[in-house]
Write a protein that binds this ligand. Structure first.
Ligand code: PMP
Length: 426
């Protein structure tokens, strides 16, 4: 067990205070801690471990590449980095054909911002208020919510936060397709901001609580971006590579972004991110406009190639779609028995469950979610409760290879823990 709280190594305990288990082994969606306790993982390490822990194909690709050539800096391409660019061009939507490799999601966002300024000659950015794009300064400047901003400013001055589709009531009545929510962007561009380089959005809010955008939303957003000569950047750091039941989150909306940021699942556990752009946009980048020594290194890109093989061979997107349906059924059953289970939503294996005060429907106080998380850990389930915009969301995003037995065990633990929560609330 980790013994101190804080963020610096050693003895980090970030997930659950003093009780964060120190992990020593993992396979599929199950991990084992230093005391030999097993956990079903409904968290997948911030939705990054899509392929399952220590997937044998990723492990052998990493070990073979490490023996052959374990490093090359960004400006010395290698066979794996060249092949990974080709493979990503095949799986990414539309004309997204060129990849810029980095080491994390935040860095992929930094590259996208730098590229957008270079490609358009404009400097302003638009981002959704509830979005999360990372914690480096450019990326953090895009994040609208106070919890991620307070105490860290000043930020990049050229960011405007756009109200999103995630509001209780839409003025003028229930929207038909969701395109209505996008019209605010037209207004902002007309009256508020000019010289805009890009609009960036997650196809589905992850950190804010695993919240999908309505059906017609991104089509209208892209039309408005095109009309105004603005690039549309889809941040697929969480939603990429099958997580939502389709290859990419934006595939649910039949929209082709100009730039896409990816990371997390791409490396099958290894640190790698890729900013993928159309040739037209990518051509604007000149040598040394961005540089990252470790970006595109052969071991991380070999892991990326293996992870794409697994993604296709094991149909991870199909698994996520199927397992997501199965999970939603089970969660609706829990909802019918526990009045504090509020909205349940999701796509594929990116599912959000809100906990509410049964008396008035308001978000349940966060301390209850933290108790729930602790009860779950004690019973062998890593359950990311206490998350989202209001701190009352359980974000369920397990590895995409999770099997029915692991899902059943996880839901059974949730049931037990909900029983305890019901007693506490009584
Ligand atoms: N973009 C999105 C949509 C994310 O969810 C995250 C991380 N949760 C990031 C960017 C930042 O990724 P990283 O932690 O790899 O820097």
């Amino acid at each position: 067990m980790g013994s101190q709280s804080g963020q610096f190594m050693p003895a980090v305990s970030r997930f659950i205070g003093e009780e964060t288990p120190e992990l020593v082994e993992g396979h599929g969606a199950t991990v084992v801690d230093a005391d030999g306790n097993e956990y079903v993982d409904f968290f997948a390490q911030h939705a990054a471990m899509s392929h399952g822990y220590s997937h044998p194909e990723v492990v052998s690709a990493v070990s073979e590449q490490t023996e052959r050539l374990n490093f090359s800096a960004y400006d010395f391409p290698t066979e794996p980095s060249r092949r990974l660019t080709e493979r990503l061009a095949e799986v990414a939507p539309g004309d997204l054909e060129r990849s810029y490799f980095v080491n994390s999601g935040s860095e992929a966002v930094e590259v996208a911002l730098t590229l957008a300024r270079r490609a358009t000659g404009n400097h302003e950015f638009l981002a959704l208020g509830e979005a999360f794009h990372g914690r480096t300064y450019g990326a953090r400047s895009l994040v609208g919510w106070s919890g991620y901003r307070e105490g860290f400013g000043p930020f990049l001055p050229s960011v405007t936060h756009v109200p999103s589709y995630n509001c209780e009531e839409f003025p003028g009545g229930e929207p038909e397709t969701g395109a209505e929510y996008a019209e605010i962007l037209e207004y902002i561009l007309e009256y508020q901001v000019s010289d805009v380089a890009a609009f960036i959005a997650e196809p589905m809010f992850g950190t804010a609580g695993n919240i999908p955008a309505p059906e017609g939303y991104f089509k209208r957003i892209k039309e408005i971006c095109d009309e105004h000569g603005i690039l549309f950047i889809a941040d697929e750091v969480i939603t990429g590579f099958g997580r939502t039941g389709k290859p990419f989150g934006i595939d649910h909306y039949d929209v082709e972004p100009d730039v896409m940021t990816t990371a997390k699942a791409l490396g099958g556990g290894m640190p790698i991110g890729a900013t993928i752009a159309t040739p037209e946009v990518a051509d604007a980048f000149e040598s040394m406009d961005y540089f990252s020594t470790f970006g595109g290194n052969p071991v991380a890109t070999a892991a990326g190639l293996a992870s794409l093989d697994v993604f296709e061979e094991e149909d991870l997107a199909g698994n996520a779609a199927e397992a997501g349906e199965y999970l939603l059924d089970q969660l609706h059953d829990l909802q019918s028995r526990y009045p504090f289970v509020g909205e349940i939503r999701g796509r594929g294996l990116l599912v959000g469950v809100d906990l509410i005060d049964p008396d008035d429907g308001s978000p349940l106080a966060k301390e209850h979610s933290l108790d729930l998380r602790r009860d779950a850990i004690d019973r062998g389930l890593i359950l990311p409760a206490g998350q989202g915009w209001n701190g009352n969301t359980i974000r369920i995003n397990p590895p995409l290879v999770i099997d029915d037995d692991e899902l059943d065990r996880g839901v059974a633990v949730m049931d037990e823990c909900f029983e305890l929560l019901a007693d506490r609330l009584a």
